[in-house]
Design a protein around this ligand. Sequence first.
Ligand code: 8YV
Length: 323
Amino acid sequence: MQKKVVVFSQIDTEILEKLQARYQVVIINPKMGDVNEQMQRELVDADGMIGAGRVLNEKNLATAQKLKIISSVSVGYDNYDLSYLNQKKIWLSHTPHVLTETTADLAFTLLMSAARQVPNLDQWTKQGQWKRTVGTAQFGQDIFGKTLGIIGLGHIGAAVARRGFYGFNMNILYHNRREKIELVQPLNAQYRSLKDLLQQSDFVVVAVDLNADSKALIDANAFDLMQKHAVFVNISRGSVVDEQALTEALQQGKIFSAGLDVYQKEPLQVSPLFSLENVVTLPHVGSATAETRKKMANLAYQNLVDALEARTPRYLVNENFSN
Ligand code: 8YV
């Protein structure tokens, strides 16, 4: 009998066609009614799931009887209840590496846009406000040769560090759960406590995973420690930052500006951040280029097929139940 796959978000059309050629495919469609109800119904006899951007836990997975794998089209997996998946012996796979450079590119895009007020000045120019030579209100911050502090030196954090070091001659500081001696040697990057990093950096980039230790890691106290000219960038997960404290820091000029790709609640539809000129807000597009999303979809497809054909997926996140 054909295996059944539940697709729980929009996915690449070619991958969808490949799935349809191989398996019975059901697509969860928010336009067709309550998503959790659709999932509970479809999961009863499903063998695999593929998608991204949905919270999956006991509430919507409880009816699954023989689900072997959830193949996430993402590197982050904070939206999945790992202990529940382990308990139910459901594999979780993800798509690391293929999005590293693209996401680091976006971190730098945000860093530079926020440092030089790019979206703000674009609007200003288009609105015809450029009547004479620019004044101090239009000035930005120097980037070349400044100090870049990276919180979370995983693959993406390291790719951000390389851009800063090789491209902009920056002095690199990092904070991480453990020191990464070999990785940082060529970049001459220095380990710092969180407090020291916040106090000493001109640019602070958050690139940590969201977990119990990193939740609200950047709070009001953290913004108090930063320099007044500092630029803050978050490309990891919104919940790593206390968004209200960030909003207040921007309103009160405790830091110069921020560049954000992620928020506590996504999609972000209404926010006090929207009325601030010193913040650049993007709609969670770290990995969103045509090429990279294609690579992620392919990898997620491969992980799914491996699991459904009794092979261990390459990029497994939780326990390997086949052992
Ligand atoms: C995902 C991301 O594609 O990979 C991640 O962890 O944050 C993005 O690249 C996005 O979460 C999908 O909704």
